[in-house]
Structures are given as C-alpha cells and as structure tokens.
Ligand binder design. Structure first.
Ligand code: PEP
Length: 256
C-alpha cells in the first residue's frame, strides 16, 4: 500500500509572511489527515520561515528546484545541503517550467536528483509530454525517455525514496485536467518502466499526477490504481482548496 502524497508547488508566489499566513490557515484544516504525506514547496525565500512550523505539525517542506552542484561559484543557485539544512525533506526537479524556460535536460535533472539523494532529500521527479507530442502519438516515447534519463543516477537501493510526478504539460495551469483514465494509462506505463528499471521496489514508488488538480477532480484521480498523489500548482495557493485536496476522500462524488 503506497502512502498518498499531496504536494503544493507555489512557484513564484507568496512572500515569507504570506507563506506563514497560509500555513496557519492550513494546519487546522488538515489536522485529521494522518494517512497522507502533505508537502509544501514555497519559494526559497520562505523555506526558513515556515519550515519549523510545518515540521511541528507533521507537514513536509520541499524545495522547488536545486543545483546539481555541491558548492562553489554558482551565482543564484541553492545546493541540496542548504535545502537539507532548512529541513527540506523533498525537492522538486525537472518541472516542465524549468525544462522549457531554463532548457533543463534529462541529464541535468538526473544530476539534480542525485544531489538531493546525496543530501538525504527525496526527489520529486517531474515528467510529462506536451500537447504537440501527445497529438503526434509520441506520449509514451517521450515519457519513457524522460524516465530513463531523469532517473539514470538513482541506485536501485534508493528507488523507494523517489516520487515520480506525471504532469502532462497541456494540463498545467490550463484548467484542462487529464481525465482519470488518461492519467491512469500514463501512470501504468510509468509504473511498468519503473519495474523494468528498479524491479520489486517499483511497486513502492509513488507516482503523483499534476495538471489542474482541484478539489472537484482530485477524488476521481486518486481512485485510480496507479495514482498515488497529486502535485498541485494553482489550487495549492488557497488553504481551503488545498486542504480539500489533502482530504480527497471527503470529495467523493465531486465532478470534474
Ligand atoms: C504544476 O505546476 O506542477 C501544476 C500542476 O500546476 P497546476 O496545478 O496549476 O496545473
């Protein structure tokens, strides 16, 4: 049984003060949700301010990105050791916005995931096809290459520490969610690739879906056998909406 993992990716939203307000609003709304992992990825500038508060309530802190380098003359970069020092338990790598806007390759994503593992942080590794690739019938070819390349440096013995996030680019921030069936098809494909790469431990790797997840569609997505969580952008900025996503079982009956 894989423990569900619901993660908030705030991107470049919220000052440190706003982040703290969010956490104080979220905590009482998710207090009863003991059977899931809740992860908040604020901007780097808010990590320190909210980290201790989150930890005190059993919620996990995450970085939205990390440098592949350990230390040195890399202006503007943040290392995995710095994230660990602030209490980050997870780190997002390979988000489609970083792949598209910062030309990040699978090889770089693999190095970033390795840097996180070396610092004792669980990588949340994002993969996903564009609309053009889907319409050209290349979805599985693209996902297969991304998984292989991005996880190339994950040793089999540490496979269970990673989280894979399937985020179809056409569903991110567009309001257009993949149907549960489309998402499950991709997740089943990804699971098979993980089995090929990591054998038995692949069954314990969690695969999140990301792309316009909202309280209204989270239950149907989470009901799919290979969907173990959600990586949430827009809807995670509001504590009430994100709390409803965390408590997804109460959303049974919601429409897409
Ligand atoms: C994301 O950026 O990871 C994401 C899934 O965003 P949204 O929920 O806004 O589509």
């Amino acid at each position: 049984m894989r423990r569900p993992i619901l993660a908030a990716n705030w991107k470049m939203h919220k000052t440190a003060g706003e982040a703290l307000d969010f956490v104080y609003a979220l905590v009482p709304r998710v207090e009863g949700a003991k059977h899931v992992d809740v992860v908040i990825a604020p901007p780097f500038t808010a990590l320190d301010r909210i980290g201790r508060v989150l930890a005190g309530h059993g919620l996990a802190l995450a970085g939205q990105d990390v440098s592949a380098e350990a230390e040195g003359a890399f202006t503007g970069e943040v290392s995995a050791r710095m994230l660990a020092d602030l209490g980050c338990r997870y780190g997002i790598v390979g988000h489609s916005e970083r792949r598209a806007l910062h030309a990040e390759t699978d090889a770089l994503v693999a190095r970033k995931a390795a840097a996180l593992l070396a610092a004792g942080i669980r990588p949340i590794v994002c993969v996903g096809e564009s609309l053009e690739q889907r319409e050209a019938g290349r979805t599985f070819e693209v996902l297969g290459a991304q998984v292989e390349g991005s996880l190339a440096q994950v040793p089999r013995g540490r496979a269970e520490e990673i989280v894979l996030a399937y985020e179809p680019v056409w569903a991110i921030g567009t309001g257009r969610t993949a149907t549960p069936e489309i998402a499950q098809e991709a997740h089943a494909f990804l699971r098979a690739r993980l089995v090929a790469r990591f054998a038995g431990s692949a069954e314990r790797i969690r695969i999140q879906y990301g792309g316009s997840v909202k309280p209204e569609n989270v239950y149907a997505l989470m009901a799919q056998p290979d969907i173990d969580g959600a990586l949430v952008g827009g809807a995670s900025l509001d504590p009430t909406a994100f709390a409803r996503i965390v408590r997804f079982e109460a959303e049974k009956g919601g429409a897409q």
